[in-house]
Design a protein around this ligand. Structure first.
Ligand SMILES: [Zn+2]
Ligand SMILES: [Zn+2]
Length: 338
């Protein structure tokens, strides 16, 4: 396909809260001065996409194309783009743009920028044949990974890694929700000599088995108590009731890190669970430095993403399987033949 001749493209778009995505024929976007136009090769499917579908994120403007784990090839460049040649493979993560001027940007916390734009949420994402992205926020990708393998590193991996660091120097680490992020983090943790305790939906023996194959010393339901006290826990599942459950499982001075963008309400719990300098925090978005650092780590440790691929037109099937907890590892849209 001579991509430069194509003026329209297929995109899976969301038109209203709670609807399913529709396959639309839309105009191919034109890159602005700082943007590149990418032919999308693969795009990861993330839990955040479900929150977008369900209208659980504020200020969604419809129609919107989801997808913030984009692996694409540069096919066109805006006039001010430097350093990204035509044909280069790049990754586009959740953080699409920041203002560079607010107190958070000045403090090196661009993940908290007051006026940030987010891929596949405030601007169109990668559930499409083409996407535009600000070249300054694109990430170089390790060559050792195929297009579909590298996609889940772009959110599950790198925001997961931000949560992992927020958990501190934990020897015994609990992971609540063992999906795209946890299966990558478990590999990092194991390489660093930590012990992983994997919590899944009650009765999900298949995912528990998967966690053990990745080196978890224990795997069980999130309604179970781990056999040992944990030093920290990361909650990837969007279930607020896991916060008191995780607090109950950690030692004094331990941390519970909430890694998702949305969670159901956290039920009331006795102060005893927080007492003893236990701490609950959240992790929001990513910085470009996070992205660069995690890609280096993934390259060095040779992380093995476990992916299940879907055609672009089957995005809703992938999202539905994610919602039902029927995936092993990460779902990725494979657009290489489209
Ligand atoms: Zn994500
Ligand atoms: Zn800012």
């Amino acid at each position: 396909m001579r991509t430069t001749d194509v003026e329209s493209m297929d995109a899976m778009r969301l038109h209203a809260r709670g609807q399913t995505l529709t396959l639309d024929k839309v105009a191919r976007p034109t890159p602005q001065a700082n943007q590149v136009l990418l032919q999308v090769l693969a795009c990861g499917v993330c839990r955040t996409d479900l929150h977008l579908l369900d209208g659980e994120l504020p200020g969604i403007r419809y129609p919107i194309t989801p997808g913030h784990e984009i692996v694409g090839r540069v096919v066109e460049r805006g006039g001010e783009v430097v350093g990204l040649d035509i044909g280069t493979r790049v990754g586009v993560p959740w953080l699409a743009q920041t203002c560079g001027m607010c107190r958070y940007c000045h403090a090196g916390l661009e993940n908290l920028c007051e006026r940030a734009c987010f891929t596949g949420y405030t601007i169109d994402g990668g559930y499409a044949q083409f996407a535009t992205a600000d070249a300054r926020y694109c990430l170089a990708l390790p060559a050792r990974y195929s297009d579909v393998e590298v996609a889940p590193l772009l959110c599950a991996g790198l925001i997961g890694y931000r949560a992992y660091r927020a958990g501190g120097d934990a020897a015994n680490l609990g992971l609540y929700g063992f999906g795209a992020a946890a299966h990558l983090l478990a590999q990092v943790a194991r390489a660093e000599g930590r012990r992983i305790f994997a919590f899944t939906r009650a009765g999900d023996v298949e995912t528990q088995r998967f966690a053990r194959t990745l080196g978890a010393v224990w795997a069980g339901g999130s309604d179970e108590a781990p056999p040992e006290e944990l030093d920290a826990a990361i909650i990837f599942a969007a279930v607020g009731a896991l916060v008191p459950a995780a607090l109950q499982a950690i030692r004094k001075g331990g941390r519970v890190v909430c890694a998702g963008i949305h969670m159901s309400d956290i039920p009331a719990f006795p102060y005893d669970l927080l007492w003893g300098e236990r701490c609950v925090c959240s992790v929001a978005n990513l910085t470009r430095a996070d992205g660069r650092r995690f890609m280096e780590i993934a390259n060095k440790l040779d992380l093995r993403p476990s992916v299940e691929t879907f055609d672009l037109s089957a995005a809703s099937v992938a999202l539905d399987r994610l919602r039902r907890g029927q995936l092993t590892g990460a779902a990725v849209l494979d657009l290489r033949s489209s």
